[in-house]
Write a protein that binds this ligand. Structure first.
Ligand SMILES: [Zn+2]
Length: 347
């Protein structure tokens, strides 16, 4: 932890003033606003009141690496904090953003960014296709950002009539021969930033973003600690792939590396282990029932997550059933990856 702040202040400043200087050195990460932890419920037909959602600076990861996140209690998809986290690296070389939040709050996301940087927005990377991470792409492209992502994400985001500014301009691919290798490395604002393409996991086009000096990795949504795991199988994701992603991050992260999920609380690599163990356990239980010929409805009724419900925040029926259904669909075996993509058979 200390080494990270020494880098920024300069070692000389610290050694010249032992004791007092160290006591005043901030320890990163600094959480300014923690995500919510309540049991949120919403009436049938509830619509997110976007005009009420606030976008705030919620964490400082280093003196010039901040996190933006939405307020709690309003967004049915993410009640602990609306939308997906945005990371912002800023300084004399301009702004690099990770993800863009929902389209409906684009102006508020920019306003939150402008509370600490007036620099040009130059680079933007999308961690995965979901609209809480890419919704304001076109808005930030018009601010000047060049959008980077996996080629698979570009294919996922293309829709007839889509705004061309919404679509990543610069793409790269995951190389199965070199998992964990950055596709692109940027050196700016005193940071070294790696865009690391992931195997098909949460979606078919995931990227994690590593900030080497801050010792931080944005790990997006294949890990979550609010609600049960979610693999977007329609976009090439899988629960099995998420396990592989967890294992890769466990290998890439150091003991003090802060891992920043798209939602929920910040973690360290050891926090991945109980999550991984839970997924492995549930997969084995679902497989045992499916192998005995049980239907999806029977498996859902077996309440296989009971042992985890008390310690899983946001453990709604919807979240639990979505997870169990994904596992049920996968246990007979995953289809092969063709051209970097995997297509699950439609239910
Ligand atoms: Zn997300």
């Amino acid at each position: 932890m200390k080494a990270r702040t020494l880098w920024f202040l300069g070692a000389a400043a610290i050694t010249a003033m032992p004791g007092t200087a160290l006591a005043q050195t901030p320890e990163y990460p600094i959480t300014l606003i923690a995500p919510g932890t309540a049991n949120y419920t919403y009436p049938e037909g509830y619509q997110t009141p976007w005009d009420q959602v606030e976008i705030r600076v919620t964490e400082h990861m280093s003196p010039n690496l901040y996190v933006l996140h939405g307020s709690e209690g309003l967004d049915r998809n993410h009640p602990d904090g609306s939308g997906g986290r945005v990371m912002v690296l800023f300084g004399p070389d301009g702004v690099l953003m990770v993800d863009t939040q929902n389209r409906q709050v684009a102006e508020k996301t920019l306003a939150a960014l402008r509370t600490f940087s007036d620099g040009p927005i130059k680079l933007l990377v999308n961690t995965h296709v979901h609209s809480d991470h890419t919704g304001a792409n076109a808005f930030f492209a018009r601010q000047g950002a060049v959008i980077f992502a996996q080629e698979n994400l570009r294919l996922e985001i293309m829709r007839p009539g889509a705004d061309p500014a919404h679509i990543p301009a610069a793409t790269y691919r995951y190389d199965p021969a070199q998992p964990g290798e950055p596709a692109i490395t940027f050196r700016m604002n005193g940071e070294t930033v790696d865009f690391i393409p992931m195997m098909p996991s949460h979606t078919g086009g995931d990227t994690v973003v590593r900030f080497r000096e801050a010792d931080v990795i944005y790990i997006e949504d294949f890990y979550r600690n609010f609600g049960y795991p979610f693999a977007d199988q329609r976009n090439g994701g899988s629960i099995q792939g998420m396990l592989e992603a967890v294992d890769l991050i466990y290998r890439l992260a150091g003991p003090n590396t802060t891992l920043v999920p798209g939602h929920g609380t910040l973690i360290n690599k050891e926090d991945l282990l109980p999550y991984r163990a839970m997924i492995v356990d549930i997969m084995a239980r679902v497989k045992a029932l499916r192998d005995r010929g049980q239907s999806l409805d029977q498996v859902l009724a077996a309440n296989l997550t009971a042992a985890y419900d008390a310690t899983t925040l946001g453990n709604t029926d919807e979240s639990r059933n979505r997870f169990i259904t994904a596992v049920y669909d996968e246990v007979p075996g995953l289809p092969p990856i063709v051209d970097g993509r995997r297509t699950m058979p439609a239910r």
